[in-house]
Design a binder for this molecule. Structure first.
Ligand code: HEC
Length: 93
């Protein structure tokens, strides 16, 4: 493998890992309360037609606020990973 191919593989693995970490963190801390709000369909909070969040900065703020409710104690990197997961999976700004 060339150096370039190695670097590209490493980058792919890292970004996939960050994405998976965001989903895992989200599912562990956030799903339960959202499920109770949505009759067991937590994703629908992010996909409903009248959802509240329409920008990346609003998403960051909401995740921050909800993290307090969920008592997460996440690092900045973990917070970023969850924002990234939600933005890529549901919001597509
Ligand atoms: C204790 C309950 C609770 C927990 C735990 C919780 N949330 Fe929320 N979340 C809410 C409520 C309530 C709303 C607002 C619903 C509404 O306005 O209809 C909300 C809304 C949201 C929205 C906006 C949805 C939209 O309308 O676009 C996002 C994003 C979100 N939460 C992320 C998170 C994340 C990330 C976590 C985990 C750290 C989390 N929430 C944990 C209660 C919670």
């Amino acid at each position: 493998m060339t150096i370039k191919a190695v670097l590209i593989s490493v980058l792919l693995v890292v970004s996939t890992a960050v994405f998976a970490q965001g989903k895992d963190l989200h599912d562990a801390s956030c799903l339960q309360c959202h499920a109770s709000l949505t009759a067991g369909k937590p994703d629908s909070l992010y996909t409903r037609p009248d959802r509240k969040i329409s920008s990346l900065s609003a998403l960051k703020k909401q995740v921050q606020g909800c993290s307090v409710a969920a008592d997460t104690n996440w690092t900045n990197a973990q917070h970023e990973a969850v924002v990234n997961y939600l933005a890529k999976t549901f919001y597509h700004f």
